[in-house]
Design a protein around this ligand. Structure first.
Ligand SMILES: [Fe+2]
Ligand SMILES: [Fe+2]
Length: 481
């Protein structure tokens, strides 16, 4: 079988030769009905019968891996797709640096590896659950199609992790695969594993912020798992990253189009001051200070996903050659980090200081720094959108100590500018920095669905290009199918 093209003859499309891997095929087939039940129960509400113009992977070749067609979401062909095997791949970091990559789970790291796979796997269905009500308020058919594309691909990412669990972890892998369908985002008794994945996504600006900031955390996690010495995990993450790129595109352009519309409406109404919030809101667009607050919230929640700045778990996973650094193979060092240090922001005697820590225990911090750089590049592009309209406003990432629940800053209050505050100063200012209930209600009040082809809600600009180069009035979703 051609390793790069996908076999659609089995119930579960795949490029891992499931036809000859009977045991795993059976395990996946018996997991499938539970997955469909979960999708019907927790997937996009009200649109399960709609025909959606979706891309489906037909190969894993980076040039031309997908085809587009109308499909009802429950009939989407969720499959198991791994990037092609690199012959002679060597482990690129950690204790086992330079050894041939493992094709099987190394016994001594079994528990650690399973945990990494389960944590990654748990985030995938969580975001589908968080986004399930958005269809009812989509600002256009184009946006509606995009959220559904993200949703079916997050569903496929769950399949990707479940394949690893079922093929390589025997009975406990099957149990974990079952558990992944049991937990629910935001549930009191069986929540998803990570904080940001239990938050609500009540409106479309939240969705774009989520796909920009939280899917970007996903990208960084996948990048570091793509370095793994355990080759099947590396290959599955490498292919997931091709899909993830679209999720971040949806987030970046979604926020960008919101900003664009706000600035244009301000100009048309002759409003110079971006802080003239009531007048701007009266135009039916989202003022930039509120967008800044949403950004502060989603960035800080996503930073928590990187874990503690200094972490022995992270050091162990690196040492074990299971989870590397961002673009590990491009880093010019010994890839073992036995003697290296890395600067970490810490609280020292009531002050925020940069302290050199052993690089090994600081791998989370390093990944988070790479994430911050990546976010900043996106903000620079948003600021260009603002700049071009002549509006005088600049979006900024808040300090990494701002509004944190995990790590070095969880017990202190830090302003977006990085100043330590006492509780009363914090409570006085918090309304300026994080979205209030009123802000949320205002945003929700704008969320009126638009379902005419080529039409867009008033608070957001149309995209510059269609999906798959389709014309502006293309019917991306046939709702009354
Ligand atoms: Fe994902
Ligand atoms: Fe994603």
């Amino acid at each position: 079988m051609d390793i790069e093209s996908v076999d659609y003859s089995t119930k579960i499309p795949n490029n891992v030769n499931l036809v000859e891997d009977r045991q795993v095929l059976r395990a996946l087939e018996s997991w499938h009905p539970g997955y469909i039940d979960w999708w019907m129960d927790m997937g996009p509400e009200g649109f399960q019968q709609a025909l959606v113009y979706l891309r489906t992977a037909v190969s894993v070749d980076p040039k031309g891996w997908a085809k587009f067609d109308y499909v009802k979401m429950p009939e989407y062909r969720w499959g198991i797709l791994l990037a092609p095997k690199e012959e002679g791949r060597k482990i690129p970091f950690g204790h086992h640096f330079g050894e041939p990559a493992w094709q099987d789970v190394p016994g001594e790291y079994r528990a650690m590896l399973r945990r990494l796979v389960v944590i990654q796997g748990d985030t995938e269905p969580a975001s589908v659950e968080q986004q399930r009500h958005l269809g009812k308020t989509a600002p256009s058919l184009y946006d509606l199609r995009n959220v559904f594309q993200v949703n079916v691909e997050e569903g496929r990412h769950l399949w990707a992790m479940v394949y690893i669990l079922q093929k390589y972890f025997g009975r406990d892998g099957r149990e974990e695969a079952g558990e992944l369908l049991q937990r629910r985002s935001g549930s009191a008794d069986k929540p998803r594993m990570l904080g940001a994945f239990n938050e609500a996504t009540p409106d479309w600006l939240s969705f774009y912020m989520f796909t920009f900031f939280t899917d970007r955390d996903g990208k960084m996690q996948l990048e570091s798992l793509a370095q793994s010495g355990f080759d099947p995990l590396s290959r599955t993450c490498r292919f997931m990253l091709t899909e993830e790129a679209h999720h971040m595109f949806v987030g970046e352009t979604g926020v960008g189009r919101t900003i664009q519309r706000t600035c244009e409406a301000m100009r048309a109404a002759g409003i110079e001051d971006p802080h003239d919030i009531d007048r701007i809101r009266n135009l039916g667009v989202i003022d930039l200070p509120t967008i800044q607050k949403k950004l502060n919230l989603h960035y800080s929640l996503s930073l928590d996903l990187f874990g503690s700045e200094v972490s022995t778990n992270a050091a162990n996973a690196f040492n074990a050659s299971l989870k590397g650094r961002f673009q590990e193979t491009k880093i010019d060092d010994d890839h073992r980090l036995e003697h290296a240090t890395y600067p970490v922001l810490k609280l020292v005697n009531g002050e925020i200081k940069r302290v050199d820590e052993p690089a090994l225990t600081a791998v989370n911090m390093r990944l988070r720094d790479d994430y911050t750089d990546d976010c900043q590049r996106g903000l620079d592009r948003w600021n260009k959108v603002i700049g071009k309209t002549g509006v005088n406003f600049k979006l900024e990432l808040p300090h990494v100590g701002f509004h944190r629940q995990i790590g070095e800053f969880k017990d202190v209050k830090v302003s977006p500018a990085g100043v330590l505050l006492d509780d009363s100063a914090w409570s006085r200012a918090i309304g300026k920095w994080l979205p209030s209930k009123d802000d949320g209600e205002f945003i929700v009040s704008l969320m009126k669905p638009v379902s005419e082809p080529g039409q867009y809600a008033d608070w957001i600009s149309p995209p510059r290009l269609g999906i798959d180069n389709k014309p502006g009035d293309f019917e991306y979703v046939k709702i009354a199918a």
